[in-house]
Design a protein. Structure first.
Length: 169
């Protein structure tokens, strides 16, 4: 995790961002002021443990009509929405493989303010659906195909839990 104090947000706020590092490999952090005049900043780096479903390879499998609650705390920003504003917040990943072709709805039901997007594969550049508020994606899915639902807070520095479910009429 890297935390930087950014006076543009407020003189006392910090904006954490997480990244994956490799032992022995350097990581370069570019610091740039977002106003004309230079301003002081501080930066601190510390290790964090990402949520277990922080990548496609470790996506939490969703079951029909069952809720799954996970933490977004310390999540790494691995994917990006297709057309929504990208908050650059860390995202977590859920997978779902329908047994029947038909309409399905994915919903985030906690009080968290999140963005969600659904893709047919990890690394896909197109989304089958994406939403900010309200947090429900409805689309037709094909039996046997695995789909990936990405969830991130829609503001930097968000922490806490999200609850996701998938239903079919």
């Amino acid at each position: 995790s890297c935390t930087s104090a950014d006076p543009a947000w407020s003189s006392s706020s910090t904006l954490p961002f997480n990244f994956r590092g490799t032992v022995g490999a350097p990581v370069f952090v570019h610091v740039d002021d977002d106003v004309v005049a230079a301003s002081p900043f501080s930066i601190a780096v510390s290790p964090v443990t990402a949520p277990p479903n922080d990548t496609c390879a470790t996506a939490t499998a969703l079951s029909l009509a069952a809720s799954s609650t996970v933490s977004l705390t310390n999540a790494v920003h691995d994917d990006r929405p297709c057309t929504l504003y990208d908050s650059l917040a860390g995202d977590v990943v859920f997978s779902f493989t329908p047994s029947v072709t038909g309409p399905y709805s994915f919903a985030e039901t906690s009080s968290a303010n999140v963005d969600m997007w659904l893709k047919s594969s990890c690394g896909a550049t197109t989304c089958l659906g994406e939403v900010g508020d309200p947090e429900v994606i409805s689309t037709t899915l094909t039996a046997g195909q695995t789909y990936y639902l990405f969830v991130e807070f829609n503001y930097p520095g968000g922490t806490g839990n999200v609850t996701v479910s998938v239903t079919s009429p």
